[in-house]
Design a protein around this ligand. Structure first.
Ligand SMILES: *Cc1c(COP(=O)(O)O)cnc(C)c1O
Length: 228
């Protein structure tokens, strides 16, 4: 039998705390983003009532319907690939866009954010594994993208995001997280502040925390398996 959202959330929080403590980190520096894609609004609200402060969605259209129904019950993060023609809605709807992956997208977001009179915090999505299906920029392209974001008046560079390869053994995801941390260190050596490393999902978040995650994006472990 599947446990309730509240119980699942408590369990996840305990696991976050344990993972942080295993490497001497303060669990308070890790933000839990509950990924609510495919989850109905009623159950999202249940998670919010149980203490979730940040929600992640991967599609603009789906998020739009939910945000219109539920309102700003939490901070909404876009964690899925963003097409340029949806940039206008994305800057209106989301408190953070975690999936910035090209210069043209940066320019479009800047234009739209300026028009809306908004300032949008963003993360760069980095491809940290060779899997064909993964989105994101190559590690060697991160610097240029950071520079373009820093030039954009209505975007605020907040850090890096990655999706590790889907593997049975979470240890096999570690190189991916380690690479993202190395890119953060490289940027900081250039004087660029990298506040967030968004990495770790239901299957691998403990390893991500050991490698320095400040945001974990967790769906299944909170809401149960998704029915598409
Ligand atoms: C779906 C999704 C998650 C959450 O995945 P789970 O394995 O269900 O925890 C995290 N990040 C992104 C980008 C996603 O699309």
């Amino acid at each position: 039998m599947e446990m309730g959202i509240r119980e699942n959330l408590e369990r996840v929080k305990e696991r976050i705390a344990r993972a942080a403590q295993s490497v001497g980190r303060d669990p308070g520096e890790i933000l839990l983003v509950a990924v609510s894609k495919t989850v109905e609004p009623e159950r999202i609200l249940e998670a919010v009532e149980a203490g979730v402060t940040d929600l992640g969605e991967n599609r603009v259209q789906e998020a739009r319907a939910k945000i219109e129904q539920l309102g700003k019950v939490a901070r909404w993060h876009l964690v899925g690939t963003l097409q340029r023609n949806k940039a206008k809605y994305a800057v209106r709807l989301f408190d953070m866009i975690q999936s910035v992956d090209s210069v043209p997208l940066v320019l479009e977001l800047e234009k739209r954010a300026a028009k809306e009179g908004r300032t949008v915090p963003v993360l760069i999505e980095v491809k940290t594994s060779p899997e064909e299906t993964k989105h994101g920029v190559a590690p060697e392209e991160v610097d240029e993208l950071v520079d373009r974001i820093l030039e954009a008046e209505h975007l605020v560079f907040k850090g890096l995001m990655t999706i590790a390869p889907f593997v049975e053994d979470p240890e096999l995801a570690r190189p991916s997280f380690c690479l993202l941390r190395n890119i953060k260190e490289r940027l900081e050596n250039r004087g660029v502040l990298v506040e967030h490393l968004s990495m770790g999902m239901s299957g691998d978040f403990e390893v991500a925390i050991q490698e320095g995650a400040t945001m974990v994006r967790i769906g299944t472990a909170i809401f149960g398996s998704r029915n598409y």
